[in-house]
Design a protein around this ligand. Structure first.
Ligand SMILES: *Cc1c(COP(=O)(O)O)cnc(C)c1O
Length: 401
């Protein structure tokens, strides 16, 4: 116990973060999100957004947003259960249910809120939650605050998960297996077939957060959890976010009627918060139809990903097992990640240095993301810059200028 100290050590904690190159600063963009962004008066090619389909700045969606404001005004004025729920929300929920091939969908203000709200509504003391070690913070936090017994399995390690499920096989309480669909910092996919099989064998439910897969993978961008392959019995809880490939904001949960009605009755992050603006729902309806229809965006993105991966292999760089737009270059040390990010910025690229606690200690990285807005030449120039900087992955290589 540190009696009497109160909050007087806040400043020294910040100094400590600065000393270890772990201090975070926000960069203020001076223009819209897109292929290039204006930062400190300079245009930089943006290789760190989650705007995978290049829709965040799409004029058609902006136009729909404005139409939505003309029809619905700016604010929802209340929570969904009081008087903030509108026909615009209803229409978007129906479209998202159809998109995911599930009976119902429920809108949340953000992916963070959805994940916390779902896990916490379904689990309590005596239940069990099994989470991949590299799950998104919101999924982990949902598990922690639910007060269920928390079990962290090794990343994509189905044997480890099986062991953990076996340990509680005689417990009659609820068991929930939770995983990112595509992992947000590594870009690799979860082992969905095996997760589903294990869950069924152990009488558990599976919850997949496909924030980085929806819009990007599969026919019409349906994501990893293709309804032709995975029913609601396979994946009872599917979470998607709207601020990434769909280019707007918010999130949703899709599943059976009984799940959605349970969330409406019990999910605190749904109940005790103002509904998203209806105009945002109108805009998202437009972005959903663009995202599903314009497959050329997915095809272009896939070609860029392949080009980037081939190029990095030629440079001798080691990449992760990712075929998603997330292509991290792990350098290990936070100071090195920061120095590289700065060196790339000097060469005209915006790429953030991702450091602990966002990623585990010793795995600081450049989280390079590709989007459909990029041109082939952008990728080639990035590869050239990476080659010049002689980025070698893993801590063993320290050579870079
Ligand atoms: C970004 C992200 C979220 C959070 O979604 P927001 O709508 O930005 O709050 C949740 N889960 C995963 C896997 C994410 O990558």
């Amino acid at each position: 116990m540190r009696h009497g100290q109160g909050f007087s050590d806040l400043g020294s904690h910040l100094d400590d973060l600065r000393r270890r190159d772990m201090f975070r600063v926000r960069r203020s963009l001076e223009g819209p999100q897109g292929r290039e962004v204006l930062v400190d008066g300079r245009l930089l090619v943006n290789f760190c957004s989650n705007d995978y389909l290049g829709l965040a700045g799409d004029p058609r969606i902006a136009e729909a947003f404005k139409r939505g404001i003309d029809r619905w005004g700016t604010g929802a004025g209340a929570s969904h259960l009081i008087c903030g729920h509108t026909a615009a929300h209803e229409e978007l929920e129906e479209a998202l249910a159809e998109f995911t091939g599930r009976p119902r969908a429920l809108l949340y203000g953000s992916g963070y809120a959805a994940n916390l709200g779902v896990v916490n509504a379904l689990l309590s003391v005596g239940d069990f939650v099994f989470e991949d070690r590299l799950n998104h913070a919101s999924l982990l936090d949902g598990g922690w605050i639910s007060r269920a017994t928390f079990s962290w399995f090794e990343h994509r390690d189905m044997e480890d998960l099986d062991c953990r499920l076996n340990e509680v096989q005689h417990q009659p309480t609820r068991k929930l297996i939770v995983s990112d669909g595509t992992f947000s910092m590594d870009g690799d996919p979860c082992r969905l077939d095996e997760l589903v099989a294990l869950a069924k064998h152990h009488g558990a439910w599976t919850m997949i957060d496909d924030a980085h897969g929806m819009g990007v993978h599969g026919a019409h961008g349906v994501g990893l959890v293709d309804p032709d392959r995975y029913s609601t019995a396979d994946v009872p809880i599917l979470v998607g976010t709207l601020g990434k490939a769909f280019g707007t904001a918010g999130a949703f949960v899709a599943g059976e009627e009984v799940l959605i009605e349970t969330l409406i009755q019990r999910s605190r992050n749904y109940i005790f918060t103002t509904a998203m603006p209806s105009a945002l729902a109108v805009a998202t309806l437009t972005s959903l139809s663009i995202a599903t229809a314009e497959s050329h965006r997915r095809e272009h993105l896939a070609a860029l990903i392949a080009r980037f991966r081939n190029g990095t292999r030629d440079l001798g760089l080691q990449l992760m097992a990712s075929t998603s737009p997330i292509q991290p270059v792990v350098v290990g040390d936070p100071s090195r990640a920061l120095a590289l990010s700065r060196a790339l910025e000097e060469r005209g690229f915006l790429i953030g240095a991702i450091r602990p606690p966002t990623v585990p200690d010793g795995t600081s990285r450049l989280r390079i993301t590709l989007t459909a807005a990029h041109r082939v030449g952008d990728v080639d120039r990035l590869l050239e810059a990476l080659g010049e900087l002689a980025v070698c992955t893993a801590a063993r290589c320290t050579r870079f200028r």
